[in-house]
Design a protein around this ligand. Sequence first.
Ligand SMILES: NC(=O)c1ccc[n+]([C@@H]2O[C@H](COP(=O)([O-])OP(=O)(O)OC[C@H]3O[C@@H](n4cnc5c(N)ncnc54)[C@H](O)[C@@H]3O)[C@@H](O)[C@H]2O)c1
Length: 388
Amino acid sequence: MSARTIGVVMNGVTGRMGYRQHLLRSVLAINAEGGVPLSDGRRILLEPVLVGRSEPKLRDLAERHDISDWTTDLSEALADPGNLIYFDAQVTHARVASVTKAIEAGKHIYAEKPTAETLEDALSLAKAAKAAGVKNGVVQDKLFLPGLLKLKRLVDGGFFGRILSVRGEFGYWVFEGGWQQAQRPSWNYRAEDGGGIILDMFPHWAYVLETLFGRIEAVTAKAVTHIPERIDESGQAYAATADDAAYGLFELAGGAIAQINSSWCVRVNRDELVEFQVDGTEGSAVAGLRNCRIQHRSTTPKPVWNPDLPATERFRDQWQEVPDNGEFDNGFKIQWELFIRHVLEDAPFPYDLAAGARGVRIAEAGLLSSAEGRRIELPAAGTEEGTP
Ligand SMILES: NC(=O)c1ccc[n+]([C@@H]2O[C@H](COP(=O)([O-])OP(=O)(O)OC[C@H]3O[C@@H](n4cnc5c(N)ncnc54)[C@H](O)[C@@H]3O)[C@@H](O)[C@H]2O)c1
């Protein structure tokens, strides 16, 4: 069957995520494979329309990847009826205005997380998209990581028994700039530019915890700025006003407790940049980006505390690797394919802007908890007007 082409307006493609994960690893990779297959056998090719602020950067990107359509004028791209979808991977603080414009132009919306800087704005976007009747989605890429898919397999298979706790460790050292260039953009470290690790990472933890383990009923967090001054892309020192580490406690429905450390100021002594240890009555698992190891209750050793003796066992060797049992594709690409099917044939897509607002709600609760030094309860949806 013949392939159909749809236009996808892509804003923020000169950035790290927009370029690597969304343009290269998703949209162009999908086209290279012949398009997104629909249930009737047709294939859908994606024609990216690059949008950004810098003509030279866009031209260079377009030439490098043989893309014919690019513009610095978002309205012009939105005016073309062939462009069905608007995608946004801009810096967070630029998202709401552009997404709102795209909703008004009747485009289906797909956006990076967080969908906004505040719950109020995130909810407005979700409501506006619903009122306009446009399909909408938010990136929840971590759900498609091989390590977390294996973890989900263990949860669904009843491996853990009753889940007691989840301990997450995320982070790595982000250089301050100066003597070694920072490997993340400087806006991440300025609160006034939408930065901060809570706003960046809590939306991820929200959907990971709620998809795998249960609703977050309360959040307690401490946000810290460990490094108060950094050097930006142009070599200038700036005040790092945003949190660069957050120590969070999430109480889950059913009684499990999740603790997640998120930090750009830690050195990695782990197998992967993020790891979650899940302990249950029947067994435990440690899942990272790609791998997952388990220890069943029947093979659990019986350590005895004795500081007078050297460690008698190699505890890490007592875990068993969970097999792949399949091939894992890029998570961003999988979600793009799901979204295209959602737009064109109404296939299910639970990761909508309301889900995005839920992530912002958890981030906002974390920031509030830290600012006021208290535990924030999150009543279930429907019990509080307007909250997701
Ligand atoms: N899903 C994930 O795992 C993940 C990971 C990192 C970042 N993100 C999200 O993706 C978005 C982009 O992050 P990034 O790391 O790619 O950032 P980046 O700084 O590398 O890219 C930002 C993009 O926004 C554009 N932009 C538009 N208006 C701007 C303005 N006023 N100031 C500066 N840049 C502006 C830039 O030109 C660039 O194309 C953020 O919202 C971030 O939270 C998601």
